[in-house]
Ligand binder design. Structure first.
Ligand SMILES: [Zn+2]
Length: 366
């Protein structure tokens, strides 16, 4: 993949604007597209590698993540594998989940997160072991900060449809209330969505919600997700706006798209040429239900605050536009009706604090 030399670097701080800084810090946020394996702080990776006596190919906490210079998706996924290899026992999964939800979530105003979990990214670790640690981390993070969360188990599209089906069967066998649905991730060109119809059908029969990544794929893949995989959400989906008819259907059906401005720009997987923010603006203008998140925050040198900061600078969006993205997140969440009503109330209480008053801006957090 080619990386344009004049491409803006979204992983570094952009212009400092005090109004934007106050707004993005105080804004309540909903996180529907954040991978657990991609949200481990580099210092934690180094700690866990030491604990398990695993080498990191000579990398240190300072250079583990390349931030804005991954050669291609393949290089990014190799680093992801390295991270996955050091997270091994219940305590490890508890730690990375807790840190992701607190330091990487609640500290940035995230009130609710649906965590993408990738069991195939931790070879040799039993799925129930992963769940025990992750669920304990979710409960402790909620007790300490109030953040609510659920789980989306990611099927690996680089493996076969049969592999994906057997993971769904395992998810069903070890059913936990915290597991709300399944997703489809890893390298898109190696596993078009049509290969996973059977696995997604099994998930649907078990009452699991469904989403899938469609970042570089054509608009037709969105139809495959909706009609053949039974998805009610799309991760990324930037190319949908290339097809007015499919876009109109998604607007009509209020299909949510979980967009990730910084990671998609740095990875340039969206293929949009001049940045995913332009695509995101087109999607919003078309009337699509767009939400914003960070994908793999420390791996791309970002966090939930920074993704909103970048949109504010790139698109001139301020309180009204950014607040709408958060409200979209409430609508797109997989909480049940009462959970969603509760989340909406929490979001509105926080948004009220960012509302300009007569002659002052009351942006302070409670
Ligand atoms: Zn993703």
């Amino acid at each position: 993949m080619t990386v344009p030399t004049d491409a803006p670097s979204y992983s570094r701080p952009t212009d400092h604007d005090p109004e934007v800084e106050l707004l993005v810090a105080a804004l309540p946020k909903i996180s529907l597209h954040c991978h657990l394996i991609g949200s481990v702080a580099a210092t934690t990776v180094v700690d866990l590698a030491r604990k398990h006596g695993v080498g990191l190919e000579g990398r240190t906490a300072d250079d583990l993540y390349d931030h804005d210079s991954y050669e291609d998706l393949g290089e990014f996924l190799r680093v992801l594998d390295l991270v996955g290899s050091v997270v091994r026992d219940v305590d490890d999964f508890h730690r990375i989940t807790y840190e992701s939800l607190t330091d990487g979530g609640a500290a940035h105003g995230v009130l609710h997160r649906e965590i993408h979990l990738s069991p195939p990214g931790h070879p040799g670790v039993a799925y129930p072991t992963i769940l025990d640690g992750v669920v304990a981390g979710m409960r402790d993070a909620q007790a300490d900060t109030g953040i609510t969360s659920g789980l989306v188990v990611g099927l690996c599209r680089e493996r076969s449809g049969a592999d994906a089906l057997s993971l769904v069967e395992e998810v069903v066998r070890h059913r936990r209330d915290e597991v709300w649905g399944v997703g489809l991730d890893y390298e898109e060109v190696k596993g078009p969505p049509g290969l996973f119809v059977e696995a997604f059908a099994a998930a649907g029969r078990a009452g699991l919600r469904r989403t899938a990544h469609s970042e570089s794929g054509p608009p037709a893949h969105v139809l495959t997700l909706l009609d053949e995989l039974g998805c009610d959400r799309v991760d990324h989906g930037y190319h949908v706006v290339d097809d007015p008819e499919i876009t109109a259907r998604c607007v009509e059906e209020r299909v949510p798209f979980t967009c990730t401005p910084v990671s998609s720009d740095i990875g340039r997987y969206s293929g949009s040429g001049d940045g995913s923010h332009r695509r995101i603006a087109e999607m919003v203008e078309a009337g699509l239900l767009v939400t914003i998140d960070s994908d793999d925050p420390p791996m791309f040198g970002t966090d939930p605050t920074h993704d909103h900061r970048v949109l504010a600078h790139a698109l001139g969006w301020r309180r009204e536009e950014l607040a709408q993205l958060t409200l979209n997140g409430v609508e797109a969440s997989w909480l049940d009706a009462s959970g969603r009503a509760d989340l909406r109330a929490r979001v509105e209480a926080r948004l009220a604090l960012t509302r300009p008053t007569d002659d002052t801006h009351a942006e302070e957090q409670p």
